[in-house]
Design a protein around this ligand. Structure first.
Ligand code: SF4
Length: 348
């Protein structure tokens, strides 16, 4: 467990970010926000896996006006993601957004930013200054500064402007698709400002690529105590973003969750255990108990190699051996494995 840098505390809907509050896992919907039904469905699913904050893209008036309908049907705060058009931010605020994300690279008018800030101030809504190394202002892109300093300079200017309106409910992100740029930018920002930091590597690729690269970035920063909220950005199913984010926080002892121990299978395995692993894995992400569950491919090595597990099964061709802390309990049929494990997990 690493001690976290103390940042300013900000309220986002029903959660509090920063200071010593838990590191919040967030994701972003992949649906069109104006499609209220599918957006609500996806948010509820994300919630069930442990997503605590969700960002939705606001492309037009319909998206912004849908926020009020979506909000009534979900339980986690909504962050309205705004690019280019400050009027959409105002409309999103009017329609119940819990936080506004702006990119200072594409809303550059001081007057427009002022209007967003004043509207947020009136409703006590925080603003995320979401800087992205690939979408800085033209002037900044043409400067002689390196990539990290361009982001930091953009951040300094944005914070100076927003603070000039006596507004301090700010959250910061400094994303890049380059891992080391990201790390350096966040480290620098953490020494300069005490606002909560939303960590993430952006455009990080599909599941495998993003999991490895995001873990590399987030681990380095979390070990330094940096980070109040995280997103693992994946080209794919946003549920995987939550799963990977949870694993990262779990390894840093920042959350409690179940642990699944499963073998990679080998020539000794005489049945398809992957289908059992998938069902149990999915279930474990939806509960918070610190239980260790094992699914092993053979009885020869399974119970011994997974003796750390609170409950486990090791398969042979016809049956599966149920064991607890490495000790055999009973043999069960393959078709009983899922129900037996779920019962044991629920009774733990
Ligand atoms: S538990 Fe058995 S099947 Fe699984 S990897 Fe080990 S030896 Fe192979």
């Amino acid at each position: 467990m690493f001690s976290r840098l103390e940042t300013r505390q900000i309220k986002v809907g029903n959660i509090t970010l920063g200071h010593s509050n838990e590191v919040v896992i967030q994701s972003m919907t992949t649906t069109r926000t104006s499609n209220v039904k599918s957006t609500v469905k996806q948010i509820l699913l994300l919630e069930s896996y442990g997503c605590k904050l969700v960002r939705v893209a606001i492309l037009d008036k319909n998206d912004a006006m849908s926020l009020s309908k979506i909000k009534k049907q979900v339980h986690i705060p909504l962050v309205a993601d705004i690019h280019f058009n400050y009027k959409l931010a105002l409309l999103a605020i009017e329609n119940g957004a819990d936080k506004i994300r702006i990119n200072p690279g594409n809303i550059t008018s001081n007057e427009e930013i002022k209007q967003i800030v004043l509207a947020c101030k009136a409703k006590h809504i925080p603003i995320r200054i979401g800087i992205n190394s690939g979408s800085l202002s033209k002037e900044m892109m043409e400067s002689n500064l390196n990539s990290v300093d361009r982001m930091i300079e953009t951040l300094k200017q944005a914070i100076k402007l927003i603070e000039s309106f006596d507004f301090y409910d700010i959250c910061i992100s400094l994303k890049s698709s380059d891992a080391n740029t990201c790390i350096e930018a966040y480290k620098k920002a953490a020494t300069l400002f005490s606002y909560p930091l939303h960590l993430g590597l952006t455009e990080a690729g599909p599941l495998v690529e993003s999991s490895i690269q995001s873990s590399y970035v987030l681990n380095k920063l979390l070990e330094l105590g940096i980070g109040d909220t995280i997103r693992v950005s994946i080209s794919g199913n946003p549920i995987d973003e939550i799963k990977v984010a949870k694993q990262i926080l779990f390894l840093h002892e920042l959350i409690k969750m179940p642990k699944l121990i499963s073998c990679p299978t080998c020539g000794r395995c005489q049945t398809n255990i992957i289908k059992y692993i998938k069902v149990i894995e999915d279930y474990l992400y939806k509960i918070n108990k610190p239980i260790k569950v094992a699914i092993m491919g053979c009885v020869v090595n399974g119970p011994g190699e997974a003796k750390d597990a609170d409950i486990g099964v090791a398969f042979n061709k016809l049956n599966a051996l149920l064991f607890k802390k490495g000790k055999p309990i009973k043999e069960i049929k393959h078709e009983e494995v899922i129900d037996t494990l779920l019962l044991e997990i629920n009774n733990f």
